[in-house]
Write a protein that binds this ligand. Structure first.
Ligand code: GAL
Length: 946
């Protein structure tokens, strides 16, 4: 019965199904403990690495903090994904690349993060293969399981998996410990810090499909698809295993469309066997941008007729072709690539994106007609590619650093193995602007090796690299089949095409123009750049000029704008106190800048008419204001207060502009197609802000602890017009089963907080002294607040032998702890650990716990505490060693000052702010209320449904 009970508990704890014989894949993002270590002072890094024999010296020699015995009760409790960088304040000493967040070299106290989590693994799992998979930890992570060192992953972007089978405590708790070191940067853009992607617990039979072990490619001909399926079957056991295999292909509706049985297979112990087969599918539904149809291949491995592993691979059937003269083809149809570059960084949450946010962002990009995404400049989070597959967007999947050493080749292989079944991925990028080599022969050699290596792993997609050097150099432009050009302003794609006519070319970066959302006059003091699409200087060209170049040349596959979304870091052309970029077509929240309307006009399929700027120019009456229209109408006529300012003809891939002397009122544009009025857009001078307005991108979300709703905050005047210049500060409160996980407003020079979280400070118990006494009673004089114990012995001076026990029936310990100033709502807790078999604890002379036999969390009343020094006295019976090597606890615990999160708030910027709300798991109504000085509050209700 007990066994059954443990199993139930374990399974319930992991939110899974009943115990299985086939593969199980659990998400273990919930309930991690987190605390900072220290990058330069090991005493503040839990003395990590100071043991005589370290974890690198002997198996199982994990130091204190890496073991289950370590006391982490005072640590912060959080769910993954987690980015601690985004929670840090901004500081001018921080790195420009990381958006001046206070992490990195100058902040050793905030650059090491420790994570701990306990998982229960039932006894019934004994005999299976158990592994822990991390999708990505930024960076240089080390992992321990039950004090055993599992390994180190330098990359902040690659996933990694540890087989923990032999280290597991079956039928009990297992301690996972992760140390992440974000002192160094891998990129030159904001990268976040910590376990910012999912973590999984995998359980399989010893005979199982290898991780990322399937590869399905397809050829489409005459209404049929010929699928080539390769499955790597791994035997992690001591015996040769015979097996059979079955593939079932189901379509998006779950209907079985093809099957295959593979018989008489075997794999030797500790070997991996490749099982290759073909499957023919009649009338396949192709994966396309408008109809991204996905099939599921379910592969089951049988041992003696018993299913022992089931592995699913999501695939899309499609063909791609890059043509040196005609560009890119998807399923035989020409598609001009209209892409953007993006980093994984969003307002409020940084790199720790819930899956729903990946989806939101791709939808924003698609909304202005973008059909492609470049993962600059690193392997993306797997769920991003899932979304791209599902929503239909093409992807350049990028390797972090160009190179052909074993390390880089191995990293490249891991990326390709992981992502090769995603139909969205159309090219592997092996490098970006590698200034040190891209113009040199060595660069050509490296690129050639990498390209060849890519072909050996996946012959269905070309390698590419983003080139920023000079055409005609001896470097990487001479060797790549598909060359990426970064910025045509200083190099001619035509020249390259003439030099290497057999090569395909696309624009991997174009743009890098600067714009602040909703701002139309430059203000260098405020770091504001007008949002008209203009080249910032002669080193750049406008988005429009870039697109005209790519749109007008058939041989070019298309282009990727730098960037889709703004991101933290690289605040070009400014520096501190700007903390984010101005490059985006949308800001850090995903709010459109005007350029997104330009793209929507020429990239999208719907009629578009968008006027800029806004029409609130108090103080500029009579002065000329530049008015632009982004539109795909044939003609646009502009009216100011009903008076026509002329009709203009639109040229393809262009925009229209007027100079208009400012008079308050209404500016209206009317768009014509074929002489017929099809659209109008109107901007109006507004009154002062009066009422807050909240809009969610969904009215219901899943009550699953991860789903999100993106809320836009705006403010309206008394006539209900949104005020585009509002900068009011808005406070947020939330009720029901939701939590706020981040706020932002898209202002690249705002130093406001992204997250409002609890503060945890700890005070160790110091100067611990001891005095032997005859009994645990009658020690009142020794435990008073001000007793002077200077003359006592240092605690634990004598070894706790049985002889010591005979001379010491009881002891009084005295020590002190120092408290900082605390807030009224702080909770101050002594996390006590017993240094006696039984002990009573006094703080400043007041008894706070009597006769404790085990660890306790003692909440200390504020009125017995002082800012500064406090005394602690412990009356205890001694713990004695049975054997000389026994470990006895000598640490009485520590005091934690927990200050709850302050109220969430954010200023509006150019009239908007964003709040991200996440489900807390339960069903019910989530109510977000926004309040601001002199403004009518607003409440948004979102239903969380099971
Ligand atoms: C490119 C680079 C990008 C970004 C951009 C800014 O050179 O590849 O990562 O830094 O410049 O203009």
């Amino acid at each position: 019965m007990k066994k059954l009970f443990t199993l139930l508990l374990a399974v319930a704890g992991l939110g899974s199904l009943w115990a299985q014989t086939t593969r199980e894949h659990f998400n273990i993002d919930k309930g991690w403990r987190f605390a900072f270590g220290h990058a330069t002072d090991f005493t503040k890094d839990y003395n990590y690495g100071t043991n005589y024999f370290s974890h690198l010296a002997k198996t199982g020699y994990g130091e204190g903090i890496t073991t289950a015995a370590f006391d982490d009760r005072s640590w912060r409790l959080l769910n993954l994904p987690h980015d601690w960088a985004v929670e840090q304040p901004f500081d001018q000493k921080g790195s420009l690349s990381h958006g001046f967040k206070a992490i990195g070299r100058n902040f050793p106290e905030a650059s090491i993060g420790w994570y701990r989590k306990v998982i229960n693994i039932p006894e019934s799992d004994f005999g299976r293969r158990i592994s822990l998979a991390f999708d990505g930890v930024y960076r240089n992570s080390e992992v321990w399981v039950n004090g055993h060192y599992m390994g180190n992953e330098p990359s902040g972007y690659l996933g990694f998996e540890y087989d923990i089978t032999d280290y597991v405590n079956y039928g009990g708790d297992n301690q996972i410990v992760v140390r992440a070191d974000a002192t160094f940067e891998e990129g030159w853009f904001y990268e976040g810090a910590g376990i910012y992607r999912h973590v999984w617990l995998n359980k399989t039979d010893k005979l199982h499909v290898a991780t990322d072990g399937t590869f399905v490619t397809s050829e489409v001909k005459d209404g049929q698809a010929e699928l080539s399926i390769s499955v790597a079957v791994q035997n992690d056991g001591l015996q040769r295993r015979n097996f059979t295999m079955k593939h079932i292909l189901t379509d998006a509706q779950g209907k079985e469309v093809a099957t295959d049985n593979l018989l008489e297979l075997y794999v030797l112990p500790y070997k991996t066997q490749e099982v290759v087969s073909q499957l023919t599918l009649d009338k396949p539904v192709l994966w396309d941008l408008d109809n991204p149809h996905l099939y599921t291949l379910t592969t089951t491995v049988y041992d003696n007729g018993k299913a022992i592993d089931t592995y699913t691979t999501t695939i899309g059937i499609r063909t791609i072709r890059f043509d040196n003269n005609e560009g890119f083809f998807l399923n035989g149809k020409h598609v001009k690539i209209k892409g953007t570059n993006n980093h994984q960084d969003h307002a409020g949450v940084g790199s720790a994106m819930p899956d729903g946010l990946q989806e939101y962002r791709i939808k924003v990009l698609k909304s202005f007609g973008s059909n492609a995404y470049r993962c600059s400049h690193n392997p993306p989070t797997p769920e991003l590619l899932d979304v791209c597959d599902r929503l239909g967007i093409l992807v350049i999947d990028e390797h972090r650093m160009m190179g052909s050493s074993l390390l880089q080749k191995d990293d490249l292989k891991r990326l390709i193995d992981r992502d090769r079944n995603h139909p969205s991925v159309i090219s592997w990028s092996v490098g970006n602007e590698e200034w040190g080599i891209e113009n040199k022969v060595s660069g050509a050699r490296i690129a050639q090796t990498m390209q060849g290596y890519v072909k050996s792993l996946d012959s269905t997609r070309p390698a590419t690299a983003a080139f920023s050097g000079s055409i005609g150099s001896k470097g990487i432009t001479t060797t790549l089949d598909l060359l990426g050009i970064n910025y045509i302003v200083n190099k001619s794609t035509d020249d390259q095409h003439k030099l290497f006519p057999a090569q395909s070319i696309w624009g991997t970066e174009e743009g890098s123009t600067h714009a602040t959302r909703g701002v139309y006059f430059r203000d260098d003091e405020k770091h504001h750049i007008p949002a008209y699409d203009k080249a910032p200087n002669s080193s750049f060209i406008s988005i429009e000029d870039g697109w005209k170049h790519y749109a007008s040349r058939d041989y070019l596959g298309g282009m990727f704008i730098w960037t889709g979304f703004d991101y933290r870091g690289e605040p070009t052309p400014y520096a501190w106190p700007s903390i984010g970029t101005y490059f985006g077509m949308v800001d850090q929240c995903g709010f459109y800048k005007d350029d997104a309307w330009y793209l929507k006009s020429w990239w999208g399929n719907e009629p578009v008419l968008h006027l800029l700027p806004h029409w609130n120019w108090e103080g500029k009456e009579g002065q000329p204001i530049e008015v632009w229209a982004h539109s795909n109408c044939d003609e646009v006529e502009l009216f100011l207060n009903k008076k026509s300012l002329g009709k203009k003809k639109m040229e393809a891939n262009s925009h229209l502009q007027w100079m208009v002397n400012y008079t308050p009122g209404t500016l209206e544009a009317v768009g014509y197609k074929n002489g017929k009025k099809v659209l109008t857009d109107r901007i109006q001078t507004t009154k002062a802000p009066a009422t807050l307005a909240l809009t969610g991108n969904a009215s219901t979300i899943k009550a699953n602890d991860t789903d999100i709703v993106m809320v836009t905050v705006a403010v309206k005047d008394k006539n209900g017009l949104a005020v585009p210049t509002a900068e009011d500060e808005v406070g947020f409160s939330i009720k029901g089963p939701g939590r706020i996980i981040g706020v932002g407003n898209g202002n690249p020079s705002s130093l406001e907080r992204d997250r409002f979280i609890e503060t945890i400070e700890t005070a160790p118990i110091e100067n611990l002294k001891e005095k032997i006494v005859t009994a645990t009673t009658g020690n009142e004089a020794l435990v008073t607040e001000s007793y002077d114990a200077t003359g006592w012995d240092n605690a634990f001076k004598d070894d706790r032998t049985q002889e010591f026990g005979q001379k010491a029936p009881a002891l009084v310990y005295r020590g002190s702890f120092t408290l900082p100033q605390w807030q009224k709502d702080a909770t101050i807790t002594l996390f006590s650990s017993n240094i006696g078999v039984e002990q009573s604890v006094y703080v400043n002379g007041k008894l706070v716990a009597a006769n404790l036999k085990q660890k306790a969390e003692l909440v200390l009343p504020h009125d017995i505490l002082h800012t500064g020094a406090n005394s602690i006295a412990i009356v205890a019976t001694p713990i004695l060693k049975n054997r000389p090597w026994d470990f006895i606890n000598m640490n009485p615990g520590l005091v934690r000052i927990f200050t709850p999160a302050p109220q969430w708030k954010r200023k509006l910027f150019s009239g908007l702010a964003q709040v991200i709300i996440q489900s807390t798991g339960e069903a019910g109504s989530i109510e977000l209320t926004a309040t601001g000085n002199g403004l009518k509050p607003a409440t948004l209700t979102v239903k969380a449904q099971k």
